[in-house]
Design a protein around this ligand. Sequence first.
Ligand SMILES: Nc1ncnc2c1ncn2[C@@H]1O[C@H](COP(=O)(O)OP(=O)(O)O)[C@@H](O)[C@H]1O
Ligand SMILES: [Mg+2]
Length: 360
Amino acid sequence: MTTPPPTPKQIATELQGRVIGQTRAVREMSIALAKVLAGLRSSNILLIGPSGTGKTTLMRAVETYLSENPRFGEHSTVIRFHAKVLADLAEEGRPGEVVLRRLLEKARQSLGDDATREQLLVRVRRGIVFVDEVDKIRSHVGGELHSAGIRAQEALLTLIENDSVPFTLPDWAGGGRESVDSSGLLFVAAGAFEGLYDAVYNRVTIGADKGALKSVTVVDDGKIREELQFRLEEWLRYDDLFEYGMSPQFLARFDSMVLLEDLAVDELIRIFLETEDSGLHQAQEYFASQGLRLAISPSAVRRIAVEASAHPRLGARALKEVFRRVIRDYEFDPSLAKASGSALMLDEPEVDRALDGEGP
Ligand SMILES: Nc1ncnc2c1ncn2[C@@H]1O[C@H](COP(=O)(O)OP(=O)(O)O)[C@@H](O)[C@H]1O
Ligand SMILES: [Mg+2]
């Protein structure tokens, strides 16, 4: 008996080993994957979220999950590329074919050189395509037309849900022309859409829909005041994305739109402590290579996360920047740190000193 395909819950549990928080995005992705792995069609997903909140991390988590489970092989030929690459290729023509070709190469990697043309094409037709930084192919930037962006969007359009995409096969796959039905492909696009938040906020406060966002009365420290509480997901409409420079036809190919959230301090703490490529783990590896162990107190970690959360435009990337400021002097001269035996101990005062600009 073959094992049944995984449920969305099972997939989400796996992805949450690598993606902290962002429950909605993880769930939407898990549902889409469950469908794909069951051999069904799934709607394409557009992920919108501030920089450094986990969009690329989520895509990579999916790639890792699929590659660690070879039994999904048949349904899990996955590629990821930057939309900008597509824009560059669009300048030269035929960018859509490049995407199919990357899928074909990926299929050969897992099937081996003996795979038949038909085996390869089956996998191409069921591939998963991640388009990262999709906001870099907007149709206009600062009032100027962006022709590479327009062409890249068109290229993707012809590739998404098209029952016959012309495809010239490379010689190693037998050459010749094929027509590929792309309706079985899953597309997930992601972008930060910087400026979108302000644009929508302006629309509902001072712009076309002036007054739509009503102030609410809040009681703070016994004082009553009026406050505008704005949440992008409550107000974002497809029209705002058209204005931003994504064509209506392009957006219409994405049935599911998910907004990622700003990361809270507790999530930043978990990212700092738990993710493999965090600044903490990099520093610990470095000190280990010097025969030293680096320990950090919970209050020091919280202090770093709070400092990082003060830079919302960087998301979790701010953790690395803040931690560099804390750790660089100790990396240069470990004897500056409090030590017991071969362990260095970072506590809140050390972090305070570094962040308040005095240095040790
Ligand atoms: N939700 C998250 N879970 C785990 N790590 C995250 C998360 N968000 C950001 N990170 C970490 O922050 C860095 C930038 O995240 P990334 O996913 O590349 O951001 P973006 O949303 O801009 O694509 C990565 O090193 C990643 O490990
Ligand atoms: Mg990214």
